[in-house]
Design a protein around this ligand. Sequence first.
Ligand code: TMP
Length: 259
Amino acid sequence: MARRRQIYEGKAKILYEGPEPGTLIQYFKDDATAFNAQKKGTISGKGVLNNRISEHIFTLLGLIGVPTHFIRRLNMREQLIRQVEIIPIEVVVRNVAAGSISTRLGIEEGTQLPRTIIEYYYKDDALGDPMITDEHIAAFGWAGQEEMHDIADLAIRVNDFLCGLFAGIGIRLIDFKLEFGRVWDNDYPRIILADEISPDGCRLWDMQTNEKLDKDRFRRDLGGEVEAYQEVARRLGLLPEGADGAVLDLEKHRLSKGK
Ligand code: TMP
């Protein structure tokens, strides 16, 4: 295969130049980091699972009219996406207290929040992604006022949809992180959903047992990361019943054949 030009390497994904102008290839790695990459590891097969899970969710979001960067999945670890100007903001949506809000405000993990809370963090690893407000975003011009309206609206729509989707498979959506990008349609800027939605950037708890089915298993050294991600994929109907390892085995087979 021809060498592709790498555009960007993040902690869990690599972006390559796409086959046509305005497209990119998003490659999902098995690398996992936490606490701004102070903790590093690999979750074997995570990239394959996140590629499938994110494809599934972005496809469904597209069907309900949420504009996204997703075009199509190309193979086990790659998807074709629209190139965007990434808005340098991590948008966190919280339904239930956990993680940093629990620590910061002293709210017990698992407490239902009185309303859904949206938080913004400035995407800058060197600064440790500090929390920011609309004021900072406006003052420093990271996104326009209309763009921030669109981002907040889309975040709430995604949250409503995902809460229902996960509730249907016995999972409570505690919180999650989204990223958005700007595309230009006839010189007119438009906000679309970018990045990924997977157990890497969501807190997903089993509704019956409160078992964590997400990256907190890695962050908190709970073990069973792959099994948790597989369980999410299985409940979403992305792994055949009783054949949890099938997707990963298929990739091993493909790799051993050198394809
Ligand atoms: P937090 O409680 O650590 O602030 O995380 C809130 C949610 O955002 C949680 O589902 C994990 C996700 N998240 C990321 O995807 N990337 C990050 O860098 C951070 C800090 C959180």
